[in-house]
Design a protein around this ligand. Sequence first.
Ligand code: NAD
Length: 359
Amino acid sequence: MSTSQNSIFELMSQSGHQNLFFCNDELVGLRAIVAIHDTTLGPAIGGVRMLPYESTEEAIEDALRLSKAITYKSAITGLNLGGGSAVIIGNSRLDKSEVLLRRLGQFIEGLNGNFIASLDVGTTQRDLEHIYTETDHVAGLPKAIHGSGVGDPSIFAAQGVYFGIKACLKELYGSENVAGKKVIVHGVGGVGERLIAMLREENARVYVSDITEEKMLKVAAKYKAEPIPYNEVFDHEFDVYSPCALGGTVNPESAQKMQCKIIAGSANNQLKDELVTSSILHERGILYAPDYLINAGALIGCYSEIQNYGVDHTEFVIKNIYNATRDVLKKSKEENISTFEAANRIAEKRIQDIKKIKR
Ligand code: NAD
């Protein structure tokens, strides 16, 4: 991509983006970009991601990709939020400071509520607190800071994945019961470990894998699960493969190789080469629960916080991920399309429908 004005506008048109805002403050060393994809459903929400991007182009592309994904995530889970994203160009360990985050807060305040900031890679709840000092347009705060704060979002993310797994089991085996089912959880961090706890509670046969061996062995021992070296996860048969580490583990090569019946996990952007990979999975009869649907628990928590609805509302909406996943699987079957395609169509239809009453 070149930075010419035309190419930026072309990129935005291709992906249906509404706005791209830039903040450059040399005094505090802030270079940030806020992308707003679509606000048909409501104000755009998005994580604040801080990464040492190698170029402005790379940062713009990330902001555009992330914000579009949030629009779809919100649409398919029935939330009234649009898709946004904020990216800060910098090293979160070295360059982050109170003043930088508060300056970002002022920038977000200037967007007049069109963008609501939440957590992403490279930011913590403490960082959100600094942003919150300058603007109210923040979600995902700790309870102690904001009355209806959601607390730890990874619990909600894990709950959504759990309901996604159950919906797939129901489709495949006629029962959502996880007892005795072989589930491999790939990545035993905040979300992965909570998911393992829920699965073990219902006597699933859990296998765990993590790039950090020590962590893998510790979690395996704690939950009586079996450890699998991270480079062997596609060498064994499982009922469910649950990617809870990084994106891209499901690619054309692994999709051909894997011996699971269901893919359902929390990692964002699990599919590499989405169209090719999703059609391989479809042809092989592997049920893929779309990541942006079943990992929406944290976003749902933020929505409850914005609306002052509280945790009961969050858990109620997260439970509905079960039905939403069933709808995707049904559409995929009826129209003989991949589940990835089916989910996109459902999300896009909701946005188009709501547009009709927002003219
Ligand atoms: P985390 O950083 O707490 O845990 C990730 C785990 O994956 C770590 O234990 C890490 O050692 C392991 N890992 C990293 N690379 C690996 C590799 N190549 N092979 C095996 N293991 C590897 O992250 P998290 O909060 O548990 O989130 C997990 C995934 O879910 C991420 O992709 C995240 O973007 C996504 N997600 C998280 C939330 C949330 O609320 N935490 C919400 C939606 C989506």
